[in-house]
Design a protein around this ligand. Structure first.
Ligand code: DGT
Ligand code: CA
Ligand code: ZN
Length: 648
């Protein structure tokens, strides 16, 4: 596992050969190669391990069979020595001594340093020898005090690259984005659910609550006592486990890596400007060698709903529930809901024998005189009060079926990859009624912003298509807009005459550095100024944040939203965007709830730069739910005709 503090050799988890899988052996060979390089070993030897790892990685034949038949040595790129070591591991479950020695003899701090993007073993060795650096902290200190730059082959540039790499690594080790957490979590949940003896496996924790970033995965597994040990063993044998941190009776702590994904891990589409903000190539490297921690809890089917509710959290929500239980003479924990009068001095599982029954979470909430609360809302942000019998009632949350279109999407006219026609076809395939096109505006040279003439030509094309669809009785229409950069003084990027010909104008900040270095008051005023322009319809990615990449610029978003609400009250169309890219999720869900209270419609936007990018809408919907939004609160719920009238 890259990024962590140690590289352990996997332990055999089966009773007989093959003791290790092809991907396990491939990753060990890779590690041995890197460790040899850290030691400054003979380059040929280093290369033989690297090559061997690559060969195994692309091998289609069964490794166990190749070893058993003695054919391994015939595989191109795997020499005698390597074949011997691999065979021993696969057949006997014992790694060669020199590999073990390498793993055990390398200081953990040096391995930790390998997780820094763009810092290879050779340079780590040099830093270790010349400056005595042996962990990330020491390296950071040395870089900050300028000791790295003068070294042979380094310089100012690589010194600052090391610093930004360390920052990136630290952000990564702390939390991962929601999309990444969901991908790992759902893949692992599926694998566990498919095991024999597992009644149910459900992802809990922050991933189930759809928080924008995830600390670790929590998975709750229902299993009968007689299957407990077999299931625990089977879980430990699943692919994707880079390391086992602990395996107790009811809790298994694991580190997962990308070998979890049977079809391999790909990053998918990522816009160039976002990629740059989040670390460029270094980010891609971190992501593909990334890991995530997972806590798996095995419980009896009877306790399952209680354990699931407890480990879904949030902690704050749990505290509120526990308080309600206490008021009713009940004790609430991960094992059950237990009448104090009956439990007495008994603790934990013993006391849980007296638990009120609950076949699902809804029954737990009902015991506490509450309606079931959707996991996304469990943040103690008013959901407990709303769920009370006689409370205001929980919102009927927006879902993918509520989505009939989205307003913010790009084409090849600016920096998109798909044509207008391709984007429209893709939206029709999704079953949408309409699609908004909003390419970048002329000042944004870096994103190939459109000059007025080209923008208006695009509009004429759109009118033609709309007329054709109407004629053919096809229920689909394009809205023609633009994503206007917000210029100095809060100005838009085209003349009023041009803006007046558009269906919608998304105003977005792109000069992030400038806005980030400016005070909150100036930024807030400029945003409001820009929103006051009658042509402005939508505030695009309101704070410019890139999750794990950069914070948003300073701005009083509450004040901006209030200003938008006033403008709306004066009859002006103003929407706020919830940018659905998992790298953004901006407007923050905490503010979505505020926008809803102010009756500002939220426009969930994939900000698609390709056909595939439209699928990001799904993350936007997840986060809109977290922000309490109902179908009626989002622009995407409107039918083409209604939206057309509003935009007019
Ligand atoms: P994360 O992993 O930082 O993204 O956030 P969570 O919410 O997944 O938190 P985590 O993994 O520490 O714990 C999972 C859930 O377990 C948490 O949401 C609520 C519950 N929990 C953990 N510790 C406590 C606690 O001390 N008190 C209560 N009431 N609940 C807890
Ligand atoms: Ca967690
Ligand atoms: Zn955009």
């Amino acid at each position: 596992m890259a990024g962590g503090g140690s590289w352990k050799l996997p332990e055999p988890r089966r009773a007989g050969p093959p003791f290790f899988t092809r991907s396990q052996v491939a990753s060990v060979l890779h590690q041995v190669g890197v460790l040899l390089e850290l030691q400054g070993a003979n380059p040929f030897r280093i290369r033989s391990y690297a090559n061997g790892s690559r060969m195994l990685g692309s091998l289609t034949a069964d490794l166990g069979e190749l070893v058993a038949s003695g054919e391994l040595i015939e595989v191109k790129g795997i020499g005698k020595g390597l074949a011997g070591g691999i065979s021993q591991a696969v057949e006997q479950g014992v790694w060669p001594e020199d590999w073990v020695a390498l793993h055990e003899g390398t200081p953990a701090g040096l391995i930790e340093m390998l997780g820094i993007p763009n810092l290879g073993p050779k340079r780590i060795k040099q830093l270790h020898e010349e400056l005595g650096l042996d962990d990330v902290e020491a390296l950071q200190g040395a870089a900050e005090s300028g000791e790295i730059a003068p070294l042979d082959g380094f310089g100012e540039k690589s010194q600052s690259k090391i610093l930004s790499g360390i920052e990136l690594l630290k952000r990564f080790n702390a939390r991962r984005r929601l999309d990444i957490g969901m991908r790992y979590g759902q893949a692992f949940e599926e694998k566990i659910a498919a095991l024999e003896g597992v009644e149910k496996a459900t992802l809990a924790g922050s991933t189930r609550r759809r928080l924008e970033t995830i600390g670790d995965l929590d998975i709750v597994v229902a299993v009968e006592a007689e299957n407990h040990d077999d299931v625990a063993q089977a879980i430990l044998g699943l692919s994707g486990i880079a390391d086992v941190k602990g395996a107790g009776d009811s809790k298994i702590s694991l580190i997962l890596d990308t070998s979890l994904f049977d079809e391999g891990f790909t990053l998918g589409h990522i816009d160039a400007n976002v990629l740059e903000a989040i670390g460029g190539e270094a980010y891609e490297q971190l992501e593909s060698s990334g890991t995530i921690d997972a806590q798996v809890r095995l419980v009896s089917p009877r306790a399952f709903p209680y354990t699931l509710a407890y480990f879904t959290g949030s902690k704050e929500h749990n505290i509120r529930l526990r308080q309600r239980a206490i008021e009713r003479g009940l004790r609430l924990n991960e094992f059950g809901l237990i009448p104090e009068a009956e439990a007495g001095d008994l603790k934990g599982q013993e006391a849980a024998k007296f638990s009120l029954p609950a076949k699902d979470e809804a029954e737990i909430y009902a015991h506490l005189d509450l309606a079931w609360v959707p996991p996304a809302l469990r943040e103690d942000m008013g959901e407990v009060e709303a769920a009370e019998i006689g409370g205001t009632g929980l919102p009927n949350l927006v879902c993918m079926n509520s989505i009939h279109g989205a307003l913010h999407n790009h084409t090849v006219l600016s920096d998109g990859q798909a044509t207008l026609e391709q984007m429209a076809e893709a939206a029709i395939r999704l079953g949408w009624d309409w699609l908004g096109i909003s390419d970048h505006s002329q000042s944004l040279r870096i994103a190939n912003g459109a000059i007025a003439e080209d923008l208006l030509a695009q509009g004429r094309k759109i009118s033609t298509y709309n007329a054709q669809w109407a004629e053919q009785g096809i229920n689909f229409r394009l809205f023609h807009g633009v994503e206007s950069d917000i210029l100095e003084g809060g100005k838009l990027d085209y003349s009023d005459e041009v803006l007046g010909q558009l269906d919608h104008v998304i105003a977005s900040v792109h000069a992030i550095t400038k806005w980030s270095n400016r005070d909150e008051m100036t930024n807030t005023e400029e945003l409001i100024k820009c929103l006051e322009h009658p042509a402005t319809t939508i505030l695009g990615h309101p704070t410019g944040r890139i999750l794990q990449g950069r914070d948003g610029f300073p701005v009083d978003m509450h004040a901006v939203l209030r200003a938008m609400a006033e403008l709306r009250a004066d009859g002006q169309v103003k929407f706020v965007e919830l940018n659905a890219s998992p790298y953004r999720l901006d407007l923050d869900w905490r503010l979505c709830k505020y926008a809803k209270e102010l009756a500002i419609p939220v426009s969930i936007n994939p900000d698609a730069h390709s056909v595939g990018g439209l699928a990001d809408i799904h993350y936007g919907v997840e986060v809109a739910r977290k922000g309490w939004l109902s179908s009626e609160d989002v622009v995407n719920y409107m039918r083409a005709e209604q939206l057309g009238e509003v935009l007019n």
